[in-house]
Design a protein around this ligand. Structure first.
Ligand code: MG
Length: 316
C-alpha cells in the first residue's frame, strides 16, 4: 500500500496510490467501507491520524482498496461513478486539476531522527572514522517539503549538499524494542533528501542548524507500507544531480541496519507512531575529501529507492 498526502483546491488530504491512480482515502472508505468501516467509524484527516489508528484500520483500508481495484477491472459503471464523484483520479489528472503530492507527513510531530555516517564508504569519502555506535542527530519538522517543491539555497551557506536516504516511519510505538522484533514496529518506508549546508554543519559542531534550514527535508513521494518491503536492507538507493548519477549503493551496506537503529534508539527513548528515522546516506555526496561539487541554483536532485519510487526537487 502506498499512502500519500496531497493538496487539491487548498485542502490537504490523505490518499492511497495504486499504479497511476490516486484514491482519496476518506472517499474510498465512504464508498467501500460500509461493512468493515461503519459510518460512525474513524475518518482520519492526516497521515498521522492513519498511523495512530493502527494495524486493524490499515487492514481495512487495504480491503477497501482491493474492492475498488476489482471495480476498476470489472465494473465500468461503478468506476465511472468513482471518477465522477472524485473518489479517484489519475496522478496526471491531479496535476491538471492544479493539485500536487505533498510530503507524506507534511509536518512531523517531532524532529526527524537521522543517522550520520551509516555507510562505510560515505564515512571514508569524507575522511571520517567509521562509527562504533550510531551517530544520531535530528532535523527540525519545519524543514520538510514535498516532491517537486524547491530546495531554497539560503544565504547562510556557500556549500549546499544532498544526501539520498531511505527513511523509516514508525507505526507501532514502543520502548526497549529488541532488534528481532524491531521491523514489526515499522509502518512503512519513504525517501528523504537530507539536504545539508556543509559549512554551517561544521560551524556549529552540532549539526542541527546546518541540517534543519527551511526546505532541507524533501520527503516522498509516498510511504510504502512495511508489508511490501520485507527486507529494508535489500534495496538500492540512487541519486542523480541533473541526470548525472552520483550515489548508487545497496542498503545492505548500512553499518547499522534499520532493526538495529530502532533497537538502539528505543533503548531509553519511547518511539511513537509517525516518528521518522532517516537511515544515513551512501557514498557520493557533493563534498568529499579532496573533491567539492556543491549544489547550484537551477540543479535538480533526483533520488530513487527501489520498491518505493522517486523523489525529485529543484534547487532555487
Ligand atoms: Mg544524512
Amino acid at each position: 500500500m502506498r499512502y500519500t498526502t496531497y493538496r487539491l483546491n487548498g485542502a490537504d488530504r490523505v490518499g492511497v496510490v495504486a499504479g497511476e491512480f490516486l484514491y482519496d482515502l476518506a472517499e474510498l472508505i465512504r464508498m467501500e467501507g460500509k461493512e468493515s468501516l461503519p459510518a460512525h467509524g474513524p475518518r482520519p484527516e492526516t497521515m498521522l491520524d492513519v498511523i495512530h489508528l493502527g494495524p486493524n484500520f490499515w487492514q481495512q483500508v487495504t480491503a477497501c482498496l482491493e474492492a475498488a481495484e476489482v471495480r476498476r477491472a470489472s465494473d465500468p459503471e461503478g468506476w465511472r461513478l468513482y471518477v465522477d464523484q472524485g473518489v479517484v483520479r489519475s496522478l496526471d489528472e491531479l496535476e491538471r486539476q492544479g493539485g500536487r503530492l505533498l510530503a507524506p507527513i507534511p509536518r512531523p510531530a517531532k524532529n526527524l531522527v537521522c543517522l550520520g555516517r551509516n555507510y562505510r564508504a560515505h564515512a571514508e569519502e569524507r575522511g571520517e572514522e567509521v562509527p562504533q555506535a550510531p551517530i544520531f542527530f535530528t532535523k527540525a519538522p519545519t524543514c520538510v517539503i514535498g516532491p517537486g517543491e524547491a530546495i531554497e539555497y539560503p544565504s547562510v551557506t556557500q556549500l549546499l549538499d544532498y544526501e539520498g536516504e531511505l527513511a523509516v516511519v514508525i507505526g507501532r510505538g514502543g520502548k526497549q524494542i529488541p532488534k528481532e522484533r524491531a521491523l514489526e514496529h515499522v509502518f512503512g518506508y519513504t525517501i528523504l533528501n537530507d539536504v545539508t549546508a556543509r559549512d554551517v554543519q561544521r560551524l556549529h559542531h552540532q549539526w542541527f542548524r546546518g541540517k534543519s534550514l527551511d526546505t532541507f527535508g524533501p520527503m516522498g513521494p509516498w510511504i510504502v507500507t512495511a508489508d511490501e518491503i520485507p527486507d529494508p536492507q535489500a534495496l538500492r538507493i540512487r541519486t542523480w544531480v541533473n541526470g548525472e548519477l552520483r550515489q548508487d549503493a545497496p542498503t545492505s551496506q548500512m553499518i547499522f541496519s534499520v532493526a538495529e537503529i530502532i533497537a538502539w534508539l528505543s533503548d531509553g527513548i519511547t518511539l511513537e507512531p509517525g516518528d521518522i528515522i532517516a537511515t544515513g546516506t551512501p557514498a557520493g555526496v557533493g563534498e568529499q575529501a579532496g573533491q567539492v561539487r556543491p549544489l547550484q541554483r537551477g540543479d535538480r536532485v533526483r533520488i530513487e529507492v527501489e520498491g518505493i519510487g522517486t523523489l525529485e526537487n529543484p534547487v532555487v
